[in-house]
Design a protein around this ligand. Structure first.
Ligand SMILES: NC(=O)c1ccc[n+]([C@@H]2O[C@H](COP(=O)([O-])OP(=O)(O)OC[C@H]3O[C@@H](n4cnc5c(N)ncnc54)[C@H](OP(=O)(O)O)[C@@H]3O)[C@@H](O)[C@H]2O)c1
Length: 270
């Protein structure tokens, strides 16, 4: 059914931008969001205003779409950001920012849209988490934790909303070449001479270089198309380089301690 109405949070850049383009090209009615939109048409989809940190803007955006289209069939919770810093270094405010966007923002959008989906007895919620949510990555503990929270919340949500005809699933991307490195929260303590400063900077440079030569986000649009045409979506869809997808399996099969050795070797940690 191509006339499905789809809302993608964070439709201005990176993965969200690619998903919006792919779905609009395929003929879906697509609304992407940005905190800085002037509610304009954008490559065949509408880019509308929404800040996942601001409940009022979420309600306004969703009510406007319902008023115009009469329904929202699919929500893709994609808006998010990275956070870089040692566990000891990150301040409450820095951690809160990451969780407010990546976790509470996703929950705010989901609970605003769900009453409409329950009333229409159908709907699909696709949450963009990360392969990083399956493991504690060095100097990215709070990013990993925020994405692990998305995993658990989505698993629970699936069980709760199925009875209302609503489905939910998770896309776990590996590294994709987007603006995520530029938009990342980096702990201020690194500038203040923290004992972790050198290692954090070294690993940040490593991650940025990996992201710069990683995959194009276009393929995530293809995965979303596949999910839209699946009657019973799986809980998890992993997408990325084979090594990144396999890492989750390796950790499950061989356990956290052996996996930690692999991480230490990869990141050149003692
Ligand atoms: N790139 C990767 O390697 C990778 C890997 C795994 C998971 N992910 C996840 O994929 C998602 C998209 O990331 P990306 O790589 O495409 O990053 P990106 O290029 O930096 O795009 C981030 C998007 O999120 C939106 N956004 C940020 N804060 C927001 C807020 N408070 N309210 C509403 N929208 C907000 C931005 O829109 P505006 O700034 O216009 O508001 C932008 O469209 C994130 O959840 C990220 O964690 C990315």
């Amino acid at each position: 059914m191509k006339n499905k109405v789809i809302l993608v949070t964070g439709g201005s850049s990176g993965i969200g931008f690619s998903i919006c383009n792919k779905l609009a090209d395929t003929g879906y009615i697509v609304y992407g969001t940005s905190r800085n939109s002037r509610n304009e048409s954008h490559n065949g989809y509408k880019l509308v205003n929404l800040d996942v940190e601001d409940e009022t803007s979420i309600i306004k955006c969703i009510e406007n779409i319902i008023e115009k289209e009469g329904r929202i069939d699919v929500i893709i919770n994609n808006a998010g950001l990275g956070i870089m810093g040692a566990v000891e270094d990150c301040s409450d405010a820095e951690i809160a920012k990451a969780f407010n966007v990546n976790v509470f923002g996703l929950v705010r959008v989901t609970r605003t849209v769900l009453p409409y989906m329950r009333a229409q007895k159908s709907g699909l919620i696709i949450n963009i988490a990360s392969i990083a949510g399956h493991m504690g990555l060095p100097y990215r503990g709070f990013y990993s934790a925020s994405k692990a929270a998305v995993h658990r919340i989505t698993e629970s949500l699936r069980l709760e909303v199925r009875n209302f005809g609503v489905k939910a699933c998770i896309i776990d991307p590996g590294d994709f070449n987007t603006n995520i490195s530029n938009n990342r929260v980096v702990s201020n303590n690194i500038l203040k001479g923290s004992v972790y400063a050198d290692e954090t900077k070294r690993i940040e440079a490593m991650i940025n270089s990996e992201i710069n030569k990683s995959l194009d986000a276009e393929i995530i649009g293809n995965l979303v198309l596949k999910i839209l045409n699946t009657p019973e979506p799986k809980t998890y869809y992993r997408i990325g380089k084979i090594s990144q997808k396999l890492s989750v399996k390796i950790r499950t099969v061989f356990g956290a301690d052996l996996f930690e050795k692999i991480l230490r070797k990869f990141y050149k940690l003692p």
